[in-house]
Design a protein around this ligand. Structure first.
Ligand SMILES: [Cu+2]
Length: 287
């Protein structure tokens, strides 16, 4: 095989493996649907594998080897890397996913260069056993560390945004405020009152058929933000004062008004603010 072919085949194979690993990773840890990503990965991998097979005239490679390696390497890598990344938020899952990914990676290499015809059972068993023990011990240690230090780990989609507020709120009372957003481009209630410094759990319920958001800010800030959005044609903001809500869903924003006075609510989905999707919050000074 010449350099050019080898490079293209390798690129296609490893691109495929990363797509599948990424899909496995998301499927395991964020429950997103990743079938399309996985399918793209499979196509890439098959193209690369076919190129290698075609170029290997001596029969040193077979479909069984290439497919075995592809399946095991991509799923194994997805488990291993995903598990390592998600110890902080899903320690119990990472505990078994990381070792499983590690053992799959061993199988993958065994397939990759037809090691199974060249390597005896005994050295393989010794290597697998000793490294496996280390990986399992490491996983147990990491899982117990992160279970004890999880903080806001239960609500893992938003824990990084809300963790400081939620932690501070453990010792104080939290007031729930339910705010409906809908396709009439209104917040309901459109006007409400709060106390400076109180911890609020804003439960935003989208009863409409399109996505909405709640952005909380001082009235002046929101007006300026709306103006800059119009000039720059948007862009998405992910702040601790905003939450987006898909149709039919609800979302939570933990918020504390740190100053008394006139605050506002706004939705900056394109055209919504202009259509009147804004509201006001009167914040009374702390007594
Ligand atoms: Cu909206």
């Amino acid at each position: 095989m010449n350099f050019q072919t080898q490079h293209l085949a390798t690129l296609a194979k490893y691109a495929g493996i990363s797509f599948i690993a990424g899909a496995v990773n998301h499927g395991m840890f964020s429950e997103q649907r990743s079938l399309l990503t996985a399918a793209i990965g499979v196509v890439f991998y098959l193209i690369g594998a076919a190129m290698e097979l075609k170029a290997a005239h001596d029969g040193s490679k077979s479909w069984a080897d290439l497919l075995g390696f592809g399946i095991v390497a991509s799923i194994g890598l997805g488990f291993f890397t995903g598990g390592l990344q998600h110890f902080p938020d899903s320690p119990q899952r990472s505990l078994w996913v990381v070792p499983l990914g590690f053992f799959l990676s061993l199988l993958a290499l065994y397939f990759s260069q037809a090691w199974r015809s060249r390597m005896g059972f005994k050295p393989l068993a010794i290597y697998t056993g000793s490294t496996g023990v280390l990986v399992i011990a490491g996983a147990v240690f990491a899982a117990s560390y992160w279970s004890d230090n999880a903080g806001g780990g239960h609500d893992h989609a938003h824990s990084h945004d809300n963790a400081p507020v939620a932690a501070a709120a453990d010792t104080a009372t939290i007031r729930n405020v339910v705010i409906e957003v809908n396709d009439n481009m209104r917040f309901d209630p459109g006007t409400w009152q709060a106390q400076q410094g109180e911890v609020l759990r804003l439960i935003v319920v989208n009863t409409g058929k399109v996505k909405h958001e709640l952005v909380v800010g001082q009235a002046q800030e929101l007006a300026e933000h709306a103006k800059s959005m119009r000039q720059s044609k948007g862009g998405h903001h992910h702040h601790d004062n905003a939450v987006a809500v898909e149709p039919g869903q609800s979302a939570i924003l933990m918020f504390t008004f740190d100053k008394a006075g006139e605050w506002g609510m706004a939705c900056f989905e394109p055209g919504h603010y202009e259509a009147g999707m804004k509201g006001s919050v009167q914040v009374k000074p702390q007594t």
